[in-house]
Write a protein that binds this ligand. Structure first.
Ligand code: RRO
Length: 311
């Protein structure tokens, strides 16, 4: 038996270990459940759900890049009604800890979604995705401006009540992510998810046109890990008491450890699961081993360790 306390907390909620899925990379968990028991990971973070069903952007929606990939899914999903009817009961029946990710086209839509989730049992937290890069106009990337980020979070807080922790998912495509983090913390979040994908583009030199149907897409994978580490480090330095769910190019236990040392209280794994559906289980075991080798007996002692003694 391990002598490591691997548990972590986001707001009032405790998770048995800090390895979570990343929103959008495992839908509502069904695909992964054929490879491992969902109760073995800290939490399933669901694909961002909207109030209505949505088809998403035109295909092709994925393009390979050096050390990563671009996606332009465009918030495809069944809408909140089907999600609450089918996905939540399925996740609960499969003993998953559930973090529901929500996204809206308007501030009001976030409020509607929060109200729908308010009385739902079996949810541990809500990730408020205010940073999807694949929307029609950049004005809908609410996390690019402190005022719009504040408006969304205040609306969600008001509509969801005091019980459920709220996690704001931020974009690294801003001048000062600490400033955005400050605004959502003031507006009442319990945690932050850092980072969403970076806006990118690939042009096919044969067709001489953008490869993605939506032209631009979100860059993920190992290429963005240093950006994630930097963002987590900066935000943790400014707000050490706000838990961060870190993500961005984590493919093994060492990568997860790096984000934790920067200040992450949990680590989401996304792109790596496309190549290896059991990546989360492998990463959890590797991280546990690394922590024990370094004499950590409580996972939480490692969070933000890179800041110790830093000025
Ligand atoms: O659906 C998407 O295209 C998408 C979303 Br909601 C997001 O937050 N980040 C991303 O890279 N893609």
């Amino acid at each position: 038996m391990s002598s490591l306390d691997f548990s972590t907390k986001i707001g009032s909620k405790r998770f048995s270990n800090p390895i979570f899925t990343a929103s959008g990379c495992a839908s509502s968990g069904q695909e992964l459940a054929q490879f491992f028991d969902l109760s073995e990971i800290g939490a399933v973070v669901t694909k961002s759900i909207m109030s209505k069903p949505r088809l998403g952007r035109p295909t092709p929606r994925m393009a390979e890049t050096p050390s990563g990939m671009l996606n332009s899914i465009g918030l495809q999903g069944p809408g909140i009604d089907v999600f609450l009817e089918k996905d939540i009961p399925w996740l609960v029946a499969n003993n998953a800890k559930v973090i529901v990710s929500i996204a809206g086209e308007t501030v009001d839509e976030y409020g509607v979604l929060a109200r729908r989730l308010r009385a739902v049992s079996g949810i541990s937290a809500v990730e408020v995705n205010i940073s999807c890069p694949n929307v029609e106009n950049r004005g809908q990337v609410f996390s690019c401006h402190p005022d719009t980020a504040t408006a969304v979070i205040e609306t969600v807080r008001r509509n969801i009540g005091g019980e459920l922790p709220i996690i704001a998912k931020l974009s690294p495509d801003v001048t000062d992510i600490v400033h955005i983090a400050e605004s959502v913390i003031k507006a009442g979040v319990d945690g932050l998810a850092l980072i969403n994908t970076l806006l990118g583009m690939v042009i096919d030199i044969n067709t001489m046109k953008p490869k993605l149907g939506g032209k631009t897409g979100g860059l993920s994978g190992p290429a963005i890990r240093p950006v994630a580490v930097r963002a987590i480090y900066q935000v943790h330095q400014a707000f050490p008491n706000t838990p961060i769910v870190g993500m961005g190019g984590v493919a093994n236990g060492r990568d997860a450890f790096e984000l934790i040392l920067a200040g992450a209280s949990a680590v989401s794994v996304g792109t790596a699961t496309f190549g290896n559906p059991t990546a989360l289980i492998k990463i959890r075991a590797e991280l546990e081993q690394l922590l024990l080798e370094r004499d950590f007996r409580d996972f939480r002692d490692a969070i933000g360790f890179a800041h110790r003694g830093a000025k």
